[in-house]
Design a protein around this ligand. Structure first.
Ligand SMILES: Cc1cc2nc3c(=O)[nH]c(=O)nc-3n(C[C@H](O)[C@H](O)[C@H](O)COP(=O)(O)OP(=O)(O)OC[C@H]3O[C@@H](n4cnc5c(N)ncnc54)[C@H](O)[C@@H]3O)c2cc1C
Length: 345
C-alpha cells in the first residue's frame, strides 16, 4: 500500500524484536525508521569477528514453537540463512566437583543462523531504513504544525556528539531491554512503569581460541553446579569456519550477578578454570576474552506479549515481554506491530 502521507514510526532498537516490528509495519505501508546504538543490527543475536576467530557470543541457537515463528524459520532455511543444528549435546552436573554426564532428551529441533547467528538479523534488515551508530537519548511527544501529536527522537553518535533531532513520527516503539526502554518512555508513564516492573539479568560470556583441536567428547553442553551454564564449540555449527578451535562459554545467572562489576580479566580466569574442570582440557586457550551482557535476558515472566498505549502513541517490545528467547523477541515485535496497525486504521 502506498499512501501520500503514510503513518510513520520511529523504532529504537534493531534487534530481532525491532526488526520484526519494523518489517511488519513497513509491509503494511508505514514509513519506518530504526535507530540502533551499535555499528550493526541484531542486538543479542550477535556475532563477534576477532583476529582469533568468529564467535556467536549471544544467542546460541533458536527453537520454534509458535506457528508464526515456525513459518519465519522455514523461510530463513529456504533462503539459506538458517539451518538445523544437531550437535553432540550433553548435560554435565558438576555438583560433586567432578563432571557427571548425561544425555539430553531429544525431540527439540534447534536452528542456527548460517554462516553466523547475526545473518538472520541482517536478512530481516534488508530494505529497512536504519540509523546505526545512533544512541537515542530522549524521545519527546509534542504537537506538530498540523496540531497532531508526533514524536521527535534525540540521538548521539558513537563519540557522544549530538545528532540532528529526527521528528515527525506518529508512533514510537522501544525495542530494547526493559531498563533501557524505561529511560526513553518518560512521556508515556504507563509504559515506563511497565518496563520498570520487569527487570533483566546479566550473563558473562567468554570467547576462547585454542591452538589445537580440543577433544571434549561433545560439541555443546548444558552445565549445572558450576559457574558456567553453557559451553559450545562454535565450529560445530553448520557453515562455520573450522580452521580455529573457538569455544563460547556462558556463565550462570547467579554467578554473573555476583561478578557483575568484577574486572573482565578476573571473570575470564574463573570461567576458564571452570571450563577446564568440565572438559579436562589440558591446555589453556591461546586467547580468551570476557564479554559482559548486562541485560542478557528477562529476570521475571509476564503474560504480556508487548506494551502498548494507543493514546500515548507508543509501545515496547522485546524478549522480556514474550519469552526469553529469539522466538519471544520476534513474536513480541509482530504483536506490537499488529496492535499499532489496528489502532492506526
Ligand atoms: C548470552 C546470551 C545467550 C542467549 N542464548 C539464547 C539461545 O540460545 N536461544 C535463544 O532463543 N535466545 C537466546 N538468547 C536471547 C536472545 O538473544 C534474545 O531473546 C533476543 O536476541 C532479544 O532480542 P530483542 O530485540 O528483544 O533485544 P536486543 O537483541 O537486545 O536488541 C535491542 C537493540 O536495542 C539497541 N539499543 C538499546 N538501547 C538503545 C538506545 N538508547 N538507542 C539506540 N539503540 C539502542 C541495542 O543496541 C540492540 O541492538 C541469549 C541471549 C544472550 C545475551
Amino acid at each position: 500500500m502506498t499512501q501520500p502521507n503514510p503513518p510513520s514510526a520511529a523504532i529504537i532498537g534493531a534487534g530481532l524484536s525491532g526488526l520484526c516490528c519494523a518489517r511488519s509495519l513497513q509491509d503494511a505501508g508505514f514509513r519506518v525508521r530504526l535507530f540502533d546504538k551499535s555499528r550493526g543490527v541484531g542486538g543479542r543475536m550477535a556475532t563477534r569477528r576477532t583476529d582469533h576467530g568468529v564467535f556467536d557470543h549471544g544467542a546460541q541457537y533458536f527453537t520454534a514453537r509458535d506457528p508464526r515463528f515456525r513459518a519465519m524459520v522455514a523461510q530463513w532455511v529456504a533462503q539459506g540463512a538458517a539451518a538445523p543444528w544437531t550437535p553432540a549435546l550433553v548435560a554435565i552436573d558438576m555438583a560433586s566437583g567432578a563432571p557427571v554426564r548425561s544425555a539430553v532428551g531429544e525431540g527439540t529441533t534447534r536452528h542456527v543462523g548460517v554462516p553466523t547467528m547475526n545473518r538472520i538479523a541482517r536478512l530481516l534488515a534488508e530494505g529497512l531504513d536504519i540509523r546505526t551508530g545512533s544512541t537515542v537519548v530522549a524521545a519527546r511527544r509534542g504537537p506538530a504544525s498540523g496540531g497532531q501529536l508526533q514524536w521527535t527522537v534525540d540521538a548521539v553518535d558513537g563519540e557522544g556528539a549530538a545528532l540532528a533531532p529526527e521528528g515527525g513520527f506518529d508512533w514510537l516503539v522501544a525495542a530494547m531491554p526493559s531498563p533501557q526502554a524505561a529511560t526513553l518512555l518518560g512521556d508515556v508513564p504507563a509504559l515506563q512503569a511497565g518496563a520498570r516492573s520487569l527487570p533483566m539479568v546479566p550473563c558473562w560470556a567468554v570467547l576462547a581460541t585454542f591452538d589445537a583441536p580440543l577433544d571434549a567428547g561433545f560439541d555443546a553442553a548444558f552445565v549445572n553446579g558450576s559457574p558456567l551454564t553453557w559451553i559450545a564449540r562454535n565450529g560445530a555449527k553448520p557453515g562455520r569456519d573450522t580452521a580455529r578451535e573457538c569455544w563460547v562459554l556462558h556463565a550462570a545467572r547467579d554467578w554473573s550477578e555476583s561478578m557483575l562489576e568484577a574486572p573482565a580479566e578476573a571473570v575470564c580466569a574463573r570461567m576458564l578454570e571452570a571450563f577446564r574442570r568440565i572438559t579436562g582440557a589440558a591446555t589453556a586457550p591461546a586467547i580468551a576474552r570476557a564479554h559482559r551482557w548486562r541485560y542478557s535476558g528477562p529476570g521475571a515472566t509476564t503474560d504480556l506479549t508487548c506494551l502498548f498505549d494507543a493514546q500515548g502513541g507508543a509501545g515496547a517490545c522485546g524478549d522480556w515481554l514474550a519469552g526469553a528467547r529469539v522466538e519471544g523477541a520476534c513474536l513480541s515485535g509482530l504483536e506490537l506491530a499488529g496492535r499499532i496497525l489496528a489502532a492506526a486504521r
